[in-house]
Design a protein around this ligand. Structure first.
Ligand code: NAP
Length: 514
C-alpha cells in the first residue's frame, strides 16, 4: 500500500489518521492512502505569499518560462512511469493516459515558449491612450501579478494535465500555487509532483501540493488570492459562496458541468460526415467519456437520424473495453464506484425524461482481461430522444461517462435553440459544408460557448476533435459550464493579474511601464 504525501513549505509531509483510500478502478482493490489531518494550511498559504510570490515576481516572464520548460521536459522524461500510475489508479488505457500526461508536458512547454516571447518584462503594459485635449496627459493600462496565492482544485479525470495547465498559467503570471488533485486519482499527480520537485527548478514556495482534504485551506483566502476550481457545479457553488471569498472578492474561476453538443448539417460532404462520426465516437469513448469536453448531445437532421444511429453504433462497437493495461484495450473502467453509480442513475434520469437507450447498456458489459463484477466497467451507451424540446433532463443533466443522446432537428434556428438549452457549454462542434448554414450556426451558438469547432471538408483530415483542449485557445464556458476562462495563451494570465489604469505624463508612463 502506497502512502501519498503532500508537499508543503518545501517538505514532503504525511497527515495523521487513516485518511482516504485510493483504489484500482479495474479491480476495486485498495492501492494507496492519504491524509491531510493535522496540517497547518495557514502556514502553507503564508509560505506561498511570503516566499514563493516575491521569488516569482523578481523573475522575468522569460525566466519563469524557462522553469516551465524544465518542468515540461522532466514530465516527458518520466512519461512511462506516470502513464503506469494512471493505468493503475485512474483506469486509463495507455492511449488515454498519454492524453493526460502529454497534455501536461505540452501545456507547460507552450507557456514556457510564451514566457520567452514575453521576454524580460515582469508585467504587461497595454498601448497608451490620450485622455484629454492635452498632448501630454495620457493613460495606460498595466497588468501586474497579484501578490497572494493561487489555490487550484482539480477534478478526478485529468490528474496530470489538471495540475500542469493551471500551474503553467499562474506561474507565468507570477503567482505561487497550492494545487489539490481529486483524492480518488491523486496517485498520478503525487508521482508527477515528485518529478517536478526533483528538477530543483522550482523556486521555494512557488508550488505546493495537497493530497487529500483541503481542511481549512480555503478559509485563508483573501483579496490578493485566486481560486481556480474544476469539478461539479455543486462544489463550485459552495466554494464561490464561502464568506471570506465573497467578502474579500477573492478571484474565483469555475469549470463545472457542461452539456457539450454537436450539430451535423444536411449538406455535409462524405469527408465531413466521416469526420463527424470519428469525433462523436471518440468523444463518447475516450477516457470512458469522463471528459468535461465530451459530447453529450448530438443533433442531426431528422432525415438522417437512423443512418447516424447505425453508423455511430458501429463505430463505438469497435472499441475494446477491459483491463487498461492490456494492449488491445482502448476503454477502461470509470474512475470510481461512485461514478459508476452516478452514470447508471444518470442514464435512468435521461430515460425518465423521454430518451430511449438505442445501443449498449448501462448495466451489462463485455470486458477483456478483467472481472466486470469487480471493476467499475461500463460500455458505450447511445440514447435517442425524438422529441428534444420536451426532454428537459437531456439538456440539463450531465452523465459523466461513455454516453451521448441523439436528437433530430429540422432547421438551423431550431438547432441553435436546442443546443442553447444546455445553459452554456465548454465546446460545441458543427459539421457541414454550406457556408451560410455554418455561419448561422457559429454566430448563433457563440454566445453560449467558450469554444466552437467547425468541421468541413477542407479540414476534415486536419482538425482536432472537439474534446481536445489546446493551451492557445480559451477553455471555459458561460452559465452551467461555470462562467470561467482558463488558458487561451496570454489571455489566461489575466486571471492572476490586476489591471490598473495609470494616468499621467505620457513620457513618464512610457519610461516606467516600458
Ligand atoms: P467534485 O466532487 O466537485 O470534486 C472536484 C474537486 O473538488 C476534487 O478535488 C474534490 O476533492 C474537491 N472538493 C470537493 N468538495 C470540496 C470542498 N468542500 N472543499 C474543497 N474542495 C472540495 O467533483 P468530482 O467528484 O470530481 O466530479 C463529479 C462531477 O463533476 C462529475 O460527475 C462531472 O459532472 C463534473 N466534472 C466536471 C469537470 C469539468 O472539467 N467541467 C471535470 C470533472 C468532473 P476530493 O476529491 O478530495 O473530494
Amino acid at each position: 500500500m502506497i502512502t501519498l504525501k503532500s508537499y508543503l513549505r518545501g517538505e514532503w509531509v504525511e497527515g495523521q489518521g487513516a485518511g482516504a483510500t485510493l483504489v484500482n478502478p479495474s479491480t476495486g482493490e485498495p492501492i494507496a492512502t492519504t491524509s491531510t489531518e493535522g496540517f497547518d494550511f495557514g502556514a502553507a498559504v503564508a509560505h506561498a505569499r511570503d516566499v514563493g510570490g516575491p521569488a516569482l515576481r523578481a523573475m522575468t516572464f522569460a525566466e519563469r518560462g524557462a522553469v516551465l520548460k524544465t518542468l515540461s521536459k522532466a514530465i516527458h522524461t518520466h512519461r512511462d512511469a506516470l502513464i503506469e500510475a494512471s493505468i493503475l489508479n485512474a483506469g486509463t488505457p495507455r492511449s488515454d493516459a498519454k492524453f493526460d500526461v502529454d497534455g501536461a508536458s505540452g501545456t507547460l512547454a507552450y507557456y514556457g515558449s510564451l514566457g520567452k516571447r514575453l521576454g524580460d518584462a515582469r508585467w504587461i503594459a497595454e498601448e497608451s491612450e490620450q485622455l484629454t485635449q492635452s498632448a501630454r496627459f495620457f493613460g495606460r493600462h498595466v497588468w501586474v501579478p497579484l501578490q497572494g496565492v493561487a489555490v487550484h482544485i482539480n477534478a478526478f479525470n485529468f490528474p496530470a494535465w489538471g495540475l500542469a495547465e493551471k500551474l503553467a498559467v499562474a506561474f507565468l503570471a507570477g503567482v505561487p500555487v497550492i494545487s489539490k488533485p481529486a483524492t480518488a486519482t491523486a496517485l498520478t499527480t503525487f508521482r508527477m509532483m515528485e518529478v517536478l520537485v526533483e528538477t530543483g527548478a522550482l523556486p521555494a514556495g512557488t508550488l505546493q501540493l495537497v493530497c487529500g482534504s483541503t481542511g481549512d485551506l480555503l478559509g485563508h483566502l483573501g483579496a490578493q488570492d485566486a481560486l481556480a476550481f474544476t469539478g461539479s457545479a455543486d462544489t463550485g457553488l459552495k466554494l464561490r459562496g464561502m464568506h471570506n471569498v465573497l467578502s474579500s472578492s477573492t478571484r474565483v474561476n469555475v469549470e463545472a458541468d457542461s452539456l457539450n453538443a454537436t450539430v451535423l448539417t444536411e449538406d455535409a460532404s462524405d469527408d465531413t460526415y466521416q469526420m463527424f462520426l470519428r469525433d462523436v465516437a471518440q468523444e463518447i469513448t475516450q477516457k470512458s467519456g469522463q471528459k468535461c469536453t465530451a459530447t453529450r448531445r448530438v443533433f442531426v437532421p431528422a432525415s438522417m437520424i437512423d443512418r447516424v444511429q447505425a453508423d455511430v453504433a458501429e463505430r463505438v462497437d469497435r472499441v475494446v473495453i477491459g483491463n487498461p493495461a492490456h494492449k488491445d484495450v482502448r476503454m477502461g473502467p470509470l474512475a470510481t464506484k461512485q461514478q459508476l453509480e452516478d452514470f447508471r442513475a444518470g442514464v435512468a434520469k435521461l430515460v425518465a425524461a423521454g430518451a430511449t437507450v438505442v445501443h449498449g447498456s448501462p448495466t451489462e458489459v463485455t470486458v477483456v482481461d478483467a472481472d466486470a463484477s469487480k471493476g467499475y466497467f461500463v460500455g458505450p451507451v447511445l440514447l435517442r430522444a425524438d422529441d428534444p424540446a420536451n426532454a428537459a433532463a437531456v439538456h440539463e443533466h450531465e452523465v459523466f461517462g461513455p454516453c451521448t443522446t441523439l436528437m433530430p432537428y429540422e432547421t438551423a434556428d431550431e438547432a441553435v435553440e436546442l443546443v442553447a438549452r444546455g445553459g452554456g457549454g465548454l465546446v460545441v462542434s458543427v459539421y457541414g459544408d454550406d457556408r451560410d448554414v455554418l455561419a448561422k450556426l457559429v454566430l448563433g451558438l457563440a454566445p453560449f460557448h467558450g469554444r466552437i469547432l467547425m468541421g468541413s471538408k477542407k479540414v476534415a483530415d486536419q482538425a482536432i476533435a472537439p474534446g481536445l483542449v489546446l493551451p492557445s485557445c480559451v477553455h471555459g464556458g458561460p452559465g452551467r459550464a461555470g462562467g470561467g476562462e482558463e488558458l487561451g495563451g496570454e489571455r489566461g494570465l489575466r486571471f492572476y493579474m490586476q489591471r490598473c489604469a495609470v494616468q499621467g505624463d505620457r513620457a513618464l508612463l512610457d519610461k516606467f511601464l516600458g
